[in-house]
Write a protein that binds this ligand. Structure first.
Ligand code: F6R
Length: 319
């Protein structure tokens, strides 16, 4: 399948399934995963927090597990598209040692084998995609586990489908603005997961460095870096927000845009379009996905291969 076909399939990857997980049994939920599989946890965490869930949710990237995970009242969700990422296998092993409740998501690989051997719930997603292009499959498994309503997921999917041309067009326009510059994305608490996805999609698809910072923290450091005209002239700026961000954060978004404009910078200002937070998150993510795809084309890169990631994994497999 071509990267374009994989991208196009994103709305249809969103599939609701009935699950019978009782979330009230858990004190904490720890989402484990790396790269294209790790972002799923960030999105799920933002969505859970926005809907007012009072279970502590954490996104964990790296080996082992945080110390608080001890016992079955801690739910650990290990997501690895390939099922072979060593950090995620390490999370699984640590969770089993600590008697946590574990759920695994993968298209196969070692994680599926280990889950089955240990009698742990394993949710399988279709194979044949690059991990980052299978976001919809992995995310819908997790959101369904966390109790997303069928209507909410269906509405977000429909929103992506009806806005398809608009999303693609925005992606293409944004790629033209980012071309030749280092993309710097300024986000808000409700759009931080999107900014991270934009950064990593620009890294992996467009083979380009990109960075992000989040309000309000960036008003205490990052903004001072803008004083350096020589460096800022090498960057292209994106400011993203959600209409439901804290009112003081929205005020800070306006101040950030004014600050950039006063410096002669015209940032790309973008919010997601949709009826629910989930719909807006997915809209914004999809604009970034297309932007990174078009940006790859402008630089003459194939979006799919990630040779250096493959090489590092190969080196690590030697021991
Ligand atoms: C490759 C990609 C990577 C992988 C990451 C972890 O498309 O997006 O960021 O997601 O190397 O691998 P998996 O997802 O197989 O656990």
């Amino acid at each position: 399948m071509s990267p374009e076909e994989m991208l196009k399939s994103f709305p249809d990857q969103l599939q609701w399934e009935k699950t019978d997980i009782d979330r009230s049994l858990y004190r904490t939920i720890t989402f484990c995963g790396m790269g294209g599989s790790g972002i799923v946890g960030d999105i799920a965490k933002s969505w859970l927090e926005h809907r007012g869930c009072n279970v502590v949710a954490m996104s964990h990237r790296g080996y082992g597990l945080p110390n608080y995970v001890k016992g079955e009242e801690h739910l650990v969700i290990c997501t690895s598209y390939s099922g072979n990422t060593e950090e995620t296998i390490s999370n699984f092993e640590a969770a089993m040692e600590r008697d946590a409740t574990v759920i695994c998501i993968s298209s196969g690989g070692k994680l599926e084998e280990l889950a089955k051997k240990s009698g742990v719930l394993h949710l399988k997603v279709p194979s044949g995609f690059a991990p980052r292009y299978a976001l919809g499959y992995m995310l819908s498994k997790i959101l369904t586990l966390l109790g997303v309503e069928k209507d909410e997921l269906e509405d977000a999917k429909e929103n992506l489908k009806t806005s398809y041309d608009e999303i693609k067009k925005k992606g293409e326009e944004i790629a033209s603005k980012l071309y030749g510059y280092i993309p710097i994305i300024y986000a808000t608490p409700l759009t931080e997961a999107c900014a991270f996805r934009w950064k990593t999609q620009i890294n992996e698809n467009s083979k380009t460095q990109a960075y992000f910072a989040t309000l309000p923290e960036m008003h205490h450091n990052e903004v001072v870096g803008l004083d350096n005209a020589e460096i800022r002239s090498k960057c292209a700026f994106v400011v993203m927000f959600d209409p439901k961000d804290h009112e003081r954060v929205r005020r800070r978004v306006d101040i950030t845009i004014r600050l950039l404009k006063d410096l002669g910078i015209v940032p790309v200002v973008i919010g997601g379009d949709g009826n629910s937070y989930l719909a807006r998150l997915l809209y914004l993510i999809h604009v970034g996905d297309w932007a990174s795809y078009y940006l790859a084309g402008k630089y003459g890169f194939e979006p799919l291969p990630v040779k250096v990631i493959d090489w590092i994994k190969e080196e690590l497999s030697k021991g």
